[in-house]
Design a protein around this ligand. Sequence first.
Ligand SMILES: Nc1ncnc2c1ncn2[C@@H]1O[C@H](COP(=O)(O)OP(=O)(O)OP(=O)(O)O)[C@@H](O)[C@H]1O
Ligand SMILES: [Zn+2]
Length: 651
Amino acid sequence: MSSEEQLSAIKGAKVLMVGAGGIGCELLKTLALSGFQDIHIIDMDTIEVSNLNRQFLFRQSHVGQSKAKVARDVVLRFRPNISITPYHANVKESRFNVDFYKEFDVVLNGLDNLDARRHVNRLCLAADVPLVESGTTGFLGQVTVHLKGKTECYECQPKPAPKTYPVCTITSTPSKFVHCIVWAKDLLFAKLFGDKNLENDLNVRSSDATNLSEHSEDVFECRKGEDIEQYGRRIYDHVFGHNIEVALSNEETWKNRNRPRPIYSKDVFPDKLTKENGKTEKGSATDDVSAMASLGLKNPQDIWSLAENSRVFYESLRLFFLKRQKEIGNLTFDKDDQLAVEFVTAAANIRASSFGIPLHSLFEAKGIAGNIVHAVATTNAIIAGLIVIEAIKILKKDSNSYRMTYCLEHPSKKLLLMPVEPYEPNKSCYVCSETPLSLEVNTHHSKLRDFVEKIVKAKLGMNFPVIMSGASIIYEIGEDLEEDMVAIYAANLERALSELPSPVISGTVLTIEDLQQEFSCRINIKHREEFDEEREPDGMLLSGWVEAPVDKNNNKSIGNGESTSSVLSMEEIQEGEKDVEIQETSESAENVTGKKRKLSEVSKGTIPDHSGLPDESSRNQNQLEKLDVDDEDDELIISNDWESLTKKKRL
Ligand SMILES: Nc1ncnc2c1ncn2[C@@H]1O[C@H](COP(=O)(O)OP(=O)(O)OP(=O)(O)O)[C@@H](O)[C@H]1O
Ligand SMILES: [Zn+2]
């Protein structure tokens, strides 16, 4: 194709961009400057202050506005004659259906979560539109090309499981700060401010069966006539005092471990705490509510004493009840929620103090709790450039030159980009092939509700499923269902699988379809009587091409971070084994922490949440480690010819 033909292919192309964040801003700019003239952008978010350091299209004055719309307006200022159509919306909305996707020549993802990526992947497959997928984590990034039937789809490779910890480590025997963070975030915060109906192991090892009236469920509820200080002290004494005493009574546990120290509020803050009429509080908007501000603690990088942490604990609890009462019962931890981060930092530090674990600053705690790997704007720019290069190849139908490219940071070997030929579709991928999955389940005990929540939604990522057993529909989620059908399905949810009107038993083949994603798969049901509560907490075992690698020695576990995420935590980063150290910069210029991580970890957990292809990167990383490069030469290598290094798979 001549360069003129190429230009006209670019000009005539209709492109869909999903995500206008770190990669998205760079991508929109590069598309516009490369001659693209018809760009549609979907992003559900509004601009936050924390985006401004790298999402360069946005300014302070845009904070609170739609990313998609502002990105459009700003790019139109320097490319006024092109068409940019913004959608301030979730890409999972039903209006973005297969017909919508079919309008585009190529779809370009700049997303940050597995859920949305899987959704777009399925719609691209259904609409038969090429997808260029991307992701970055710090200095690492990757771009992959997905064409139905020709290259692997986004879901052809299993995704890594989020980092998890055994329940008993979190509830009883923490030995690292991250264990205290997970306890504070997933157990205590969830118990006090989250959905009360969700399972929570907070008291699992510490409730005293003989003393149920005091320490059963409602111990975490504010009691009648109790003021907020009394409530705060009672919670404090329960979780940091009483529960530790109970744990200590199990001598076996502490034979080879340091015994924790119970901490009671009267010892840490003997005086009355309550502020008078909230005089010192500023504003009432959620964003302004901060225990640190209210206590005059300014520097998030300071490590607070036990007394300061205790005050922050109490103050943040008080502010939640005073200023954010309506949200209580619905909150989930969010790293961008200042008050939540303050509460979790303080609770984790008090617990750490009890167990003799070094305390951490709010800045560090936030990084661990939010699984933050600090973004690097340059990586986003490089990745955006690579996305556009692949998009142009797709428009030129130049399938021999498609590449998936890894952006690596490997200072001693001076290597930046590693392109490899795309892989063929995985024949056992349940998304792009017809291969059925298998589910072991106790069909007499497990309810349809468990199957829908734990398998169909959580594992298969479906939004509007129709579940069929043979020709009969046993469950459906849809927008236009008749009332009587809704009632029947609601009743079915509460039935055990084998007691459904069309019983689901060993040998049943279920077909599950998501009408919005135009995606369907089959599941072979196998009845199994017993499940290991610790190792198989779902009471079901799905096998086939969905499983992330599982640590066989792991017990039932609690995760750190989003369910779809496995970004390395700071703690993991600090715990490497060997190899080259890789510098990691902090979120903002003034907060450079210079964390180091080992190459072995980078290759193991590389590009996880943002890319979802860790196996691939580690596969190729091994090749890289064998490279013999002249270390004295400071020039950075940007290779475009890695045939000799990478296993080729022609399409
Ligand atoms: N389901 C979705 N629908 C539409 N947009 C989405 C969806 N999921 C994620 N996004 C968008 O993808 C973008 C990802 O960008 P990025 O990774 O830079 O995240 P961010 O939220 O801007 O930054 P950070 O997470 O670091 O605060 C975000 O703007 C987000 O709104
Ligand atoms: Zn696939």
